[in-house]
Structures are given as structure tokens and as C-alpha cells.
Ligand binder design. Sequence first.
Ligand SMILES: [Cu+2]
Length: 458
Amino acid sequence: MAQTITAAVAGGSVARAALAALPDVATRQGADTAPPLTPSTGLPYRPVLTVNGWSLPWRMKDGVKEFHLVAEPVVRELAPGMKAHLWGYNGQSPGPTIEVVEGDRVRLYVTNRLPEHTSIHWHGQRLPNGMDGVSGLTQPPIQPGQTFVYEFVARRAGTFMYHPHADEMAQIAMGMMGMWITHPRRRSAAIAEVERDFCFLLSAFDIDPGSYTPKIMTMLDFNLWAWNSRIFPGIDSFNVRQGDRVRLRVGNLTMTNHPIHIHGHEFEVTGTDGGAVPRSARWPEVTTDIAVGQMRQIEFIADEPGDWAVHCHKSHHTMNAMGHSVPTMIGVDHQGLAAKIGKLIPDYMVMGERGMADMTEMEMPLPDNTVPMMTGQGPFGSVEMGGMFSVLKVRPDQPHGDYRDPGWYRQPAGTSVRALAAAPAEAPARATSTQGAPAAIEFEVRKPNLNGHHGNHR
Ligand SMILES: [Cu+2]
């Protein structure tokens, strides 16, 4: 989790005198998970961990917390072996997480280095109308080279996000988004103290295998499903100590809903972008659906040691790009067919006649800049997953506050599933008719009477 944050001088067409007054621009290369940013100025709080991301440093000026976001083209590694040309903030997509404390006065400088205008909407915040960031409605757009200043008080504790509200379809499809956490100023019954606090945004891209830039006109048929612009096996695991209270904060900026599922534990939704959920209104879940434009804060006690899958339960969302136009081949006999087609198309490969798991073993040549559809090595072989998938690693000996990956779980002797040493001698008897031959099934079909009155349905 090497942290490579560098300060650069802000560019653009801002006047030199004004430039000198702006906070430095912190930027970050690489998709490692940065350690939590412990506050050194301002009010104290327990920081979040942005999965495969980082929190933006700030400066205090006359009691105001000042941040500097730069909207710009970025190169994001989606997973080892695949990079995408995206738009983001301060060198990365998603942009850095903004962390403040309830009641903080916040000043956000936003510099536009994109080739087109933009704006930032602060999703879920109570703020003056003129700070809401809707291009054309509450402000003129920020033109390329311009810097705008947003300023408001973070009035409500909770989990929020930021994203452009100008040419949204293109700019969100290109990866422009970030998390915003407002920590509570004082303890309250509705907001628990947690030992581990993770955050990530759901995003989706449509990038043809072998290419680099998302197709921004895609409305529904995306082929890459990402957490913080990373796809499995590129998403870091959630590493916790057994007994920790764990919070995951998840926001959805894709074009569809995502049922987020955690193995081995029950959780409660403790907050939304509308604030804390009253305790009397919480119930246990193992999956919670996160609709488009929603944020969910989920919490549980990590009391079961092991490596537990955490994933979107839409099975197509735990796959990487392959093309959804591949026909189902289960049960199709390809004998001879491949040889015939191979004369016409030398690289032709048959796939899928026994399911799609063969894909993980196949030596199929992939185009450059493409990751396999189903991949990720676990201790027992290929996990056969992609997209929105990661692992919750619960360990009794994980040190307090240590987010490092402890490696694979060692299952205690006698607690693992096992294969039988030999197949049963006889196949189990099948139900048969009394004559010993399968009974013929008879049925009668009555079609509706089409002569204007209802048929005789029975
Ligand atoms: Cu999903």
C-alpha cells in the first residue's frame, strides 16, 4: 500500500496571483490502496479506507478546510494487464475521497483541465443552492482552464459522493466521480464507532477488448463492472480483525442496480445518503440492493474467521469483458465442426460446450490490454470471477488498525469440504413405474376458443 502522492503546481489559465493563493494540487499515480489519511489539522476523526484509492489532503486557512480538485484525463489500471483512458480527478478515477467533520466550513477549488466544460455536484449535501453544481441551473459551466470555488458548511454527517452535473452521460461514463465522507462531530446513538471503515463507488465501463477508451454512448450493455474503477482480480481485499465492527460505504453511479452480497455474516443498512437509518428501522440482510444514484452504509461484526466472498449478486457483473453475444453452447457437440471452421478461420476455437468454466483454463490468445473474463487465483485454483468481486479476510491475529493483506486463510483441520475417496458402487435408484419402465406422461391441451367467447379452460 505504497502511497505516492505528489504535489504539483496548478496550471490552466488562472492568473498567477490567484494561483499562488490556491492550495497545492495533490495527485496520485497507481491504483494501490493508500493507508487511511489520519487528520493532522482540523477536528479529529477516524478516517475511512478508500479501496484502491486515497483521501485528498487539505489545508486549513482561517478555520476553513480547503481542498483542490483538478478534473483531467487520467490513465487508470483497471486490473493488472489492463489500463483504461478515463477522465477523473487529481490523477485518478475515481477522484480522491473528501473527508470532513460535521460542521466544517469547506472550500473546494475545482480546476478544469478537460477538453470540455464541467461542474461538480455534491450529491446528498445540504448547501446553498448556488453551490449545488448543476451546470446551467445553478451555475455557468466551468470552462477548460478555469478554476471555480465552491464553499459551504458540511451540515449533516454521512456518506456522500461527488460527480459532474455537466455532460453527465459522457463524464460519468468516463469515470468522473468520488466519495465524500462527513464524519460525525460527536458520538450519537445512530452512528456507531467502527474499527474498519471502507468506501467504494460502483462504476461500469464499456471498453472493447484490445481498446482503451470507454464507449460513452452505451446505455445498458456495459462489459466491465468496477469498484472504484477496478475489476477483479484488481480489487483489494477487505482485511479485518476478528470481532471488528466493519462498515462498508457503497455508492452507485452505474446505469443499473447492484445487489451487494457478503458471505458468512449478516449485516444491517445503517445509513443512506439521506443520513443514519434509525435503529428501530434496521433489519438483518446478507444482500442489499443498491439502486442507481443511491449510497448504502452497511455494518456487521466480523466474527467468523475466513476468506469470505463479497460481490454483486448479478452473475454477469462478476465477469470481465468477453462479449455477451456468444451463443450458449452447453450440450452442443462440436465434433468435426471446429476442424471445418478452422480451415476458414485459422484461430477459431470452440468454447462453452461444457459450460463456460473451460474459459479459465483455455490458452486462448487475448488481445492486448484485456483481462480474462473469469479469473483470479485462490488457494484452491481459479476463482472464475471478474468485475464486482472481492474477499473479506477475517483473521483473529490481524493487528488493530492494520489493513494489510494477511494472505489466504488456513482452514482448521476437519472444517473443510472433502471429496469422497471413491464414487458410490451403485447409482441411486431412480423412481420408475410399477412395470419397471418409465411411465408415459399423458396430457391434453385445450386451446382457447377463438370464436369471440371464452374457451373451456380446466
Ligand atoms: Cu451488479
